[in-house]
Write a protein that binds this ligand. Structure first.
Ligand SMILES: Cc1ncc(COP(=O)(O)O)c(C=O)c1O
Length: 407
């Protein structure tokens, strides 16, 4: 193959990859129905109830509570599951900021632990090491749509009597050992923000098999009301975290599309895994046999610079982009290195709130390497491409591998 595009050669491709969201008449008709119905809010909203029931069933859960984001879903789930203020909550260092800030919002202390290199998911052994007498909960993240090892996490939680709140923001439909993720622990949360595989612009859902968690979550998102109380009667502390019927209508349409789009993403993910397996320096993830459904939100691998003439990951990504392939570096640093954690800027206007933990002392080497040196992502819209599109990704990586001296 010719010179790398980054050195002036011809790129592997110039065509764009599929754009997201995918939508059509289903969404516009559903939205028009809501406009005409006059019921625009979710209270008494048929679309909201219908989606909650369908989504809970998808995750094998008894309850689904829709609300306005995946971030607030995490906060409300922690609250409804009665994770006490001041307690420690174990979270992975490699995740989106909301996993950890939800813990702060609930006046708890996030304790960061490392992830496994071949799944990018929380390492159960590291969870064990992080447990203290202040630990109240574990929050595994099903990163990229690949379920975390829930057997191990539930066993640890059982032994230490800890709550488990699953951050399944990226894992719609995912199944671990025959069960939908989310309701394996005390509660789990999903995101429907615009980059997600099921998209309502913004939105989230809490799923649970615990009737009390469901009742409290429903009240906390609705100003502390109770189903059998009066409108201006407030039994608990709550806020307005409700979704709208417009979003629920779009969600129902997106849920109908999900199986077909998922099939495409999954086939492409499998194609990439098998086609890239023999390229030196491209370390693929491992899928546990207990994963019955991988949600395919991202295709990720670990880049080994040693096999690419010691070119840093940033250079590899630049080279990929010049070849016409939209690769992403993902999270830039483990969460404990984020300025908000380093400065403990958790108060109003960034004022310090001095939690009894030193975030500068955390060291999660796997997460650190994934962020800075190794982790490469391809987003779900890329995975909606044709087999030829996937072959272009493989060709670009092969080309860069064969011409790594040009990096
Ligand atoms: C792992 C994880 N947790 C939580 C969230 C927050 O979801 P939302 O953006 O809907 O608030 C996201 C969204 O990117 C996420 O990826």
């Amino acid at each position: 193959m010719s010179t790398l595009a980054i050195k002036g050669g011809n790129p592997v491709r110039t065509a764009a990859f599929p754009v997201w969201p995918v939508f059509g008449d289903k969404e516009t008709q559903a939205l028009t129905e809501v406009v005409k119905s006059g019921t625009w809010g979710s209270l008494n909203g048929k679309k909201t109830t219908e989606f909650e029931e369908k989504y809970a069933a998808l995750q094998d859960a008894r309850h689904g509570i829709l609300l306005n984001s995946g971030t607030t879903a995490l906060q409300i789930a922690l609250k409804a599951a009665d994770v006490p203020a001041g307690s420690e909550v174990i979270v992975p260092a490699y995740t989106f900021i909301a996993t950890a800030t939800a813990v702060i919002e609930m006046q708890c202390i996030p304790i960061f632990v490392d992830v496994e290199p071949d799944t990018f998911n929380i390492d159960p052994e590291k969870v064990k090491d992080a447990i203290t007498d202040k630990t109240a909960a574990i929050m595994p993240v099903h990163f990229a749509g690949r379920p975390a090892n829930m057997d191990e996490i539930m066993a640890i939680a059982g032994e230490h009597r800890l709550k488990v709140i699953e951050d399944a923001a990226q894992a719609w439909g995912a199944k671990w050992n025959g069960r939908g993720v989310g309701a394996i622990g005390d509660a789990g949360t999903f995101s429907f923000q615009s980059s997600k595989n099921i998209n309502a612009g913004e939105g989230g859902i809490i799923v649970t098999n615990d009737d009390m968690v469901a009742k409290m979550a429903r009240s906390h998102i609705n100003c502390g009301r109770s189903d059998d109380g009066m409108w201006y009667e407030h039994f608990y502390f709550g806020g307005n975290y409700r979704i709208t019927e417009f979003q629920s209508a779009v969600l129902l349409a997106q849920l109908e599309r999900y199986p077909e789009l998922h099939k495409v993403r999954l086939e492409n993910l499998q194609f990439l895994n098998s086609s890239l397996a023999s390229i030196p320096g491209i370390n693929l993830c491992k899928d546990d046999d207990r994963i019955a459904h991988h949600a395919s939100h991202l295709f990720v691998f670990r880049y080994d610079a040693k096999e690419f003439n010691d070119a840093p990951k940033t250079r590899f990504i630049e080279a990929m982009r010049e070849e016409g392939i939209p690769a992403s570096p993902g999270y830039p640093m483990p969460l404990y290195e984020q300025p908000v954690f380093r400065k403990k800027a958790f108060g109003p206007r960034g004022k310090t709130i001095d939690l009894p933990v030193d975030y500068a002392s955390f060291d999660c080497p796997v997460s650190d390497r994934l962020c800075k040196d190794e982790g490469i992502w391809f987003t779900q819209n890329t995975l909606l491409g044709s087999t030829k599109d996937m072959q272009d990704i493989v060709d670009a990586i092969t080309k860069i591998s064969e011409h790594s001296d040009e990096l």
